[in-house]
Ligand binder design. Sequence first.
Ligand code: PLP
Length: 398
Amino acid sequence: MNLSLLNTAKKGYFGQFGGQFVPETLMPALSELEIVFENMLKDQDFQLELKDLYQNYIGRPTPLYYAKRLSQHFGKAKILLKREDLNHTGAHKINNAVGQALLAKKLGKKNIIAETGAGQHGVATATACALLDLNCTIYMGAKDIERQKPNVFRMKMLGAKVHSVTNGEQTLKEATSESIRAWVSNVENTHYILGTASGPHPYPLIVREFQSIIGSEAREQCLKTYNQLPNYILACIGGGSNAIGIFHAFKEDKSVKLIGLEAGGEGVNTVKHAATLTMGSPGILHGTKSYLLQDNFGRIKEAHSISAGMDYPGVGPEHSYLKDIGRAEYFSVTDAEALEGFKLLARTEGILAALESSHAIGYLSKFMPETSTDDIIILNLSGRGDKDIPILSQHFDF
Ligand SMILES: *Cc1c(COP(=O)(O)O)cnc(C)c1O
């Protein structure tokens, strides 16, 4: 396979996926963003400033931790956890929020908008805006505002405005549509910090760039400590940013199998799941072409997952492409399996994982028997579970 093809023959596309399906009024902003982003990649000062924030503010590099008791539980491959849960604000999302906030400064834009579902990207964005002195407005569905009160309060404490979105299902899909609308009306002085590796070009590339630190660190750490590349990379998939962040550095290492785990909800044979790549079909949502959950008329279906961060009917275009060319494989993990994963990690390693990341752990019971004792797995532990305590408390009986 010619892997340079992964970087699109047609600009802004990954095979048939990606593109810029946006109102005409946004095209100048996307072109400007693309130019500033390309310059940023070569800009020494920008790179140094970003590196400093990654190290001294976010707390990078995150450890690549050998989970010995978890590995012993299965008696097969060695499981290494990439500890994104140890980042400031508790997940990988801050890598992208800080990077894009810095980019907004370069664009000379003082106002930031962002969408959020569970509030994790909202909190990361509000954090980056407080740090870099930018005005922050977060669009959030009214239903999510009700369900995620602690995160709403966090954003407000950080100085952000939280705008309640009251149409449709009042969740992430509507919040994203509303952010795009707000951007169209204020594009002159506003940068939209999209939270996952999706949306119109150049967003999937921007988000991948800022998240790819996960994979570059992990690759180097693994080679240094174990003198070999891992055999498998496992990551959960909502929109796909933590997964593309860890996959990217390994894409050209053909021996490394890339595996993405999406939300199987109450089962992919029910209507309550968010298994976009395994159960969806190609279509257009929020400015990009990708796999989607839609009906025969192209109407977007409501997604479901126990974890709010996986509850999205779309997915990034690059994952859609990696699936089609067979470079990565995608499987679904149910709510129940994710909860089992959560409990297993808590009891073997003393780590409370985010419910999103727990999908990757929940997949291990199916997957580990296929592995051998010489194999190495790196699992991206995308975030910590404190935010999920209200939901988790309904599923634990002590
Ligand atoms: C938001 C979130 C996800 C899902 O988003 P991706 O863009 O697919 O990474 C996964 N894990 C955590 C902890 C999150 O907050």
